[in-house]
Write a protein that binds this ligand. Structure first.
Ligand SMILES: C[S@@+](CC[C@H](N)C(=O)[O-])C[C@H]1O[C@@H](n2cnc3c(N)ncnc32)[C@H](O)[C@@H]1O
Ligand SMILES: [Mg+2]
Length: 256
C-alpha cells in the first residue's frame, strides 16, 4: 500500500534529482538492511568497497588504518547514503558522518538502524547541491553507486567538489558502459538472477572510467586512483582488481 510521499522534486531548483530514479529507491526503502533483500548485491560488495574507501582515506590523511578509530576528527559526507551501509562502518572507524539522500523514506530507516547499532550519524533528506549552497564542507565525500542515478552527473560532481575542503578526498563507485556490463548488470542481475528489481539501472546512464575521469577533472577534481570491483559467482564474493574495471569500479580523486 502506498502512503503519502513528500514531493522529492521540490527540494531545490536545478537539482541533481531524477524524480523517477528517487521514487524507485523510495519503494525499496524498508529493505536496506535485509542482506537477502533487494540490496543484496550492495551487502555483498560492502567488504571490498569498505576496504577500498578505508585504504584511500587512511593514505590521504596519513592515518593508521588498523588503529581503533583511525578517522577520528575527519568530517565525512556519504551522499546518496541509502540505508547507511557505508555510513555505519565509517562512523565506527571514528569519522564524523553526515549521510544525505534524496529519497525521504531512506532517512528514518537509516536513522533507526544507526540508533540500534549505537552510532551517532547525522542523516538528512537533502541533496549535494543544497548542502553545497548551505556552505557545508567535508574532508571526505563518498559517492557510492549514486552517480548513475542522478539527473546530470557533471553538474552533480561540481556540487561534490564544492563540498570538499581543499585537499579533501572524493570516492566514487559506479558501473562501466560496454556490452559486458549490459550482460552482467542488466541481463544477468535484473532479468536472469533477479538480484535487482527490473529497471533498477538504465545502462545508458552507466559511465566509462575514462568518461568519469574527464568529468571529475572538468568539475575541478584531480583523479588519483581507479580500481575494478569484480564479482566471483563461484565463491559469491567480490574482489578488488587493478586490471578488470569492465563492470563495477571505483575511483578516488582529490580537490586541489
Ligand atoms: C544504489 S543506492 C546506493 C546507496 C549507498 N550509497 C550504498 O552504496 O549502499 C543509490 C542511492 O542514491 C540516492 N539518490 C539518487 N539520486 C540522488 C540525488 N540526486 N541526490 C542524492 N541521493 C540520490 C537514492 O535514493 C539511493 O538511496
Ligand atoms: Mg546503481
Amino acid at each position: 500500500m502506498m502512503t503519502k510521499q513528500e514531493p522529492v522534486g521540490t527540494l531545490v531548483a536545478g537539482s541533481s534529482i531524477d524524480e523517477a530514479e528517487v521514487r524507485k529507491f523510495e519503494r525499496m526503502a524498508a529493505e536496506w538492511w535485509d542482506p537477502h533483500g533487494k540490496f543484496k548485491p550492495l551487502h555483498q560488495m560492502n567488504p571490498v568497497r569498505l576496504e577500498y574507501c578505508a585504504a584511500q582515506i587512511a593514505g590521504r590523511f596519513g592515518r593508521d588504518r588498523h588503529s581503533a578509530r583511525p578517522f577520528e576528527g575527519l568530517r565525512l559526507l556519504d551522499i546518496g547514503c541509502g540505508g547507511g551501509l557505508l555510513s555505519e562502518p565509517m562512523a565506527r572507524l571514528g569519522a564524523t558522518v553526515v549521510g544525505a539522500d534524496a529519497a525521504a523514506r531512506n532517512i528514518p530507516v537509516a536513522r533507526l538502524h544507526a540508533e540500534q547499532s549505537g552510532l551517532a550519524i547525522d542523516y538528512r533528506h537533502t541533496t549535494a547541491e543544497a548542502l553545497a549552497e548551505a556552505g557545508e564542507r567535508f574532508d571526505v565525500v563518498l559517492n557510492m553507486e549514486v552517480i548513475e542515478h542522478v539527473a546530470d552527473p557533471q553538474e552533480y560532481l561540481r556540487s561534490v567538489r564544492d563540498l570538499l575542503n581543499p585537499g579533501g578526498l572524493h570516492v566514487c563507485s559506479t558501473l562501466n558502459r560496454n556490452p559486458k556490463s549490459y550482460l552482467m548488470a542488466i541481463v544477468g542481475a535484473e532479468q536472469v538472477m533477479r538480484w535487482l528489481p527490473k529497471g533498477t539501472h538504465d545502462w545508458r546512464k552507466f559511465i566509462t572510467p575514462d568518461e568519469l575521469f574527464g568529468m571529475l577533472r572538468e568539475a575541478g577534481l584531480h583523479p588519483v586512483d581507479r580500481m575494478g570491483m569484480v564479482f566471483n559467482p563461484l565463491g559469491w564474493s567480490w574482489r578488488l582488481s587493478e586490471t578488470d574495471l569492465s563492470v563495477n569500479y571505483v575511483t578516488a580523486s582529490v580537490r586541489e
